[in-house]
Design a protein around this ligand. Structure first.
Ligand SMILES: Cc1cc2nc3c(=O)[nH]c(=O)nc-3n(C[C@H](O)[C@H](O)[C@H](O)COP(=O)(O)O)c2cc1C
Length: 206
């Protein structure tokens, strides 16, 4: 079984809804086990994360960057960074905020740099931007035009039952499926390469 963990923080439930959509997408791939972990519990689940094939990080954008609770989790992984325990795992990220832009890109950059520090392999969003032409609409997938990861927008004065929008949740589902497929392909490819290198070493030794 290929395992995908989703570590997220959500202060008011909007990013949680996005995380659940990412999980639905990942689960749609046969042979994928998905573990959705709130950031405040993830510090106690580091051994499970070390065993996963992929980790998808999700945070609301607060004051132009990942929320403090997510950052706390990120800093709690510094001992793992020292041993590169997550090296070569697949990584990806998503964020949600109230404004259409809201400086969400900065949060995704932060998550991507974090993954790179851990030696992880980052997977972006493979959807062309939506809602950017005369025929586009807010119902388009990737209506916020992101490429580094999945973005969602939720109105500041409404609860998670009103947002993220259906299109943002569909985008999140698509993203979860993409990352799960990438994790499965990466694991199978690495196993094949390892076997080929072992055969080569055996042949050279003979
Ligand atoms: C402390 C704080 C800072 C925020 N900063 C931003 C921001 O920089 N950009 C933005 O678009 N929305 C910002 N918001 C709005 C949240 O991103 C938005 O309400 C989001 O849906 C909250 O997600 P959550 O329910 O998962 O916590 C901020 C909200 C809070 C509480």
């Amino acid at each position: 079984m290929v395992s995908v963990a989703i570590v997220y923080h959500s202060g008011f439930g909007h990013t949680k809804a996005q995380a659940e959509a990412v999980a639905r997408g990942a689960k749609s791939v046969p042979g994928i086990a998905v573990d959705v972990i709130p950031a405040d519990r993830a510090e106690g689940r580091l051994s499970d994360l070390a065993a996963s094939d992929a980790i998808i990080f999700g945070a609301p954008t607060y004051m132009g960057s990942a929320s403090a609770a997510m950052k706390r989790f990120m800093e709690a992984t510094s001992k793992l960074w020292a041993t590169q325990a997550w090296k070569d795992k697949i990584a990806a990220g998503f964020t949600n905020s109230a404004s259409q832009s809201g400086d969400k890109l900065n949060t995704l950059v932060e998550l991507a740099v974090f993954a790179a520090q851990h030696g992880m392999v980052w997977v972006g969003l493979d959807l062309l931007p939506g809602n950017n032409s005369s025929t586009g609409s807010t119902a388009d997938l990737n209506r916020l035009g992101s490429s580094l990861g999945a973005m969602a927008q939720s109105n500041a004065d409404q609860g998670p039952e009103h947002g993220p929008t259906a299109s943002d949740l569909k985008t999140a589902e698509h993203f979860g499926r993409r990352v799960a497929l990438a994790a499965a392909a990466w694991r199978r490819g690495r196993q094949e390469i390892a076997a080929a290198l072992a055969d080569e070493a055996t042949a050279l030794a003979a």
